[in-house]
Design a protein around this ligand. Structure first.
Ligand code: SF4
Length: 104
């Protein structure tokens, strides 16, 4: 994704979250099976359904939980591209955001 398109999409996601989009932050998938179920839900979405992706994966635009987890420490985060590399998501994200597919 090019710089301008990346920036626009990042801004759009930030706006949707700032506007109070309610996303499914719970339950956190404790096992591979639960994790896989969320991926299945994401795969069932229309590719262009950005809102659906954010809702199902439980996006928030701030660190989350008692451990203050963040994209920055997630194994799917590409720091230099500000990008979530989980194929089912594949969206730009800020380092201090979070979603329930967070993994290390
Ligand atoms: S999987 Fe979730 S927590 Fe991890 S980088 Fe992507 S959006 Fe952030």
């Amino acid at each position: 994704m090019g710089g301008a398109a990346h920036h626009e999409l990042l801004k759009l996601i930030d706006q949707m979250l700032s506007d109070g989009l309610e996303t499914q932050t719970e339950p956190f998938p404790e096992t591979d099976k639960e994790f896989g179920r969320i991926l299945d839900e994401l795969r069932a979405l229309d590719r262009a359904d950005l809102k659906g992706k954010l809702v199902i994966s439980g996006f928030v635009n701030h660190p989350y939980g008692p451990d203050q987890q963040r994209c920055q420490e997630c194994m799917y985060y590409l720091v230099h591209r500000k990008w979530c590399d989980l194929p089912e998501l594949a969206v730009p994200v800020e380092p201090d955001w979070w979603c329930r597919l967070w993994r290390i």
